[in-house]
Design a protein around this ligand. Structure first.
Ligand code: AMP
Length: 423
């Protein structure tokens, strides 16, 4: 029987991995530029963390978690998202004690038992940032600015930033009640998910893809009518600063995001490129001022966002952004016979110890086949151990592009190669 990959997962093969490495390198560089530090948390956590931190009524907790009991009878869950684990770690390690702003980023696999489709997997990769310790709306702007800089640095153009506010606790509560009053008379006409959501988390009804065209939606109350003065101030400052930094956005009052913990600013970054598929959200995030307390910590405000790396890669492909393939060699050593094996291996080691990306054949192939292999591996130079040359402690260096060959003393090989690789 052939064993195949588990449903909803995929392999990233060597001929695609350079896309990922490029993306990961860029993410690290931009996070460093913005003074965010990396944090790595475990792949699995107590189930309770996500139930409390993400919210029982969310799709994630109610139907998408990979939950299992370990041999000690503890209920564990493969992390479905990164914020709750980071906040758990922040609280557990008391990162708040110095009273400073804590700016963190993470990158890694997440797991959700979802219906498979293009851009939606059961194991997928997220990069996210979390800023803990400030209620300032300018922090929201920084997080959006970082997200937009990443999109621009990647070379993606067909992208839209949508933004909304859910207001502070007070505004959110008033709005919540208005939604319940509005939708209750038509509750029976809504999908079964929305019937449940209406009482648990009515904001999520607005997000429903099934009921979107129901006539009651067009007349639904708007958050902006329920914003308290402080909620409005917060949002206005965010918008003013986005304008100041010349970051384009559209206000989308139906944007509520899927997780329970958001308040104030929420935003999403979407791909507009044609043929991208139904899953257009590349990333998004928002403010979560009550979450740290919910997870057992002090009253510390938070703001964060997460991008799906899988979808960023799909967007790069859809927009045909060229990324240099790093699959090349500086040098490939070609031997004339098996008797040269020891010398070849010694030379190879010397090249590698000097930072020269080099390889050789390990299957006693004929000279012609070795040159073919060098070509296939995109070797810039071959180092041929010619019989007579080797007797004189020399080798033949061939530039594979120009096909120019020169003899080089073995002791000079590293220097000579380095010089020519710089040309
Ligand atoms: P969320 O944590 O749901 O706000 O998701 C943040 C980002 O992660 C989304 O915008 C997607 O890019 C990505 N994402 C979420 N779920 C999946 C999934 N099942 N497969 C691939 N990417 C996902």
């Amino acid at each position: 029987m052939n064993i195949q990959k588990a449903k909803g997962t995929y392999d990233i093969l060597p001929n695609q991995v350079y896309y990922w490495q490029h993306l990961e390198n860029l993410i690290r560089k931009i996070c460093e530029t913005y003074n965010y530090k990396e944090i790595r948390t475990p792949i699995f956590e107590s189930t309770e963390l996500f139930v409390r931190g993400v919210g029982e009524s969310t799709d994630i907790v109610s139907k998408e978690m990979y939950t299992f009991d370990d041999k000690g009878g503890r209920s564990l869950t493969l992390r479905p998202e990164g914020t709750a684990p980071v906040v758990r770690s922040y609280v557990e390690n008391k990162l708040y004690v110095d009273g400073q702003l804590t700016k963190l980023y993470y990158m890694g696999p997440m797991f959700r038992y979802e219906r498979m489709q293009k851009g939606r997997y059961r194991q997928f990769y997220q990069f996210g940032v979390e800023v803990l310790g400030s209620e300032s709306p300018i922090v929201d702007v920084e997080v959006i600015a970082l997200s937009v800089q990443l999109i621009q640095a990647l070379g993606l153009k067909e992208v839209k930033v949508a933004i909304n506010t859910l207001g502070d606790q007070e505004s959110r509560k008033a709005y919540r009640e208005a939604l319940i009053n509005h939708f209750t008379p038509v509750q029976q006409e809504l999908c079964s998910d929305c019937q449940k959501r209406l009482n648990q988390n009515p904001l999520r009804v607005l997000d429903c893809k099934v009921d979107r065209n129901h006539p009651s939606f067009a007349k639904a109350p708007k958050m902006s009518d329920y914003l308290s003065p402080s909620g409005k101030d917060h949002f206005d400052t965010v918008l003013n600063y986005l304008d100041l930094l010349k970051i384009d956005y559209v206000i989308d009052e139906s944007l509520v995001r899927g997780l329970d913990y958001y308040n104030h600013t929420v935003f999403e970054i979407m791909s507009n490129v044609e043929g991208f598929g139904a899953q257009t959200a590349l990333g998004g995030g928002g403010r979560y001022n009550g979450l740290v307390e919910e997870v057992g910590g002090p009253a510390v405000a938070g703001m964060g966002m997460a991008f799906g790396l899988d979808r960023l890669i799909l967007a790069l492909e859809a927009e045909k952004v060229a990324i240099a393939n790093q699959n090349y060699l500086d040098a490939f050593i070609v031997t004339m016979s098996e008797s040269q094996e020891a010398l070849a291996m010694k030379l190879l080691q010397t090249l590698r110890q000097n930072g020269i990306k080099a390889d050789k054949d390990f299957n006693n192939r004929k000279v012609k086949a070795q040159f073919k292999q060098a070509d296939k591996l995109n070797a810039k130079f071959t180092v041929l151990l010619g019989e007579t040359e080797v007797q004189q402690n020399r080798v033949v260096l061939k530039n594979m592009k120009t096909e120019v060959q020169t003899e080089v003393a073995i002791v000079q090989l590293v220097n000579e190669l380095k010089l020519r690789l710089e040309e």
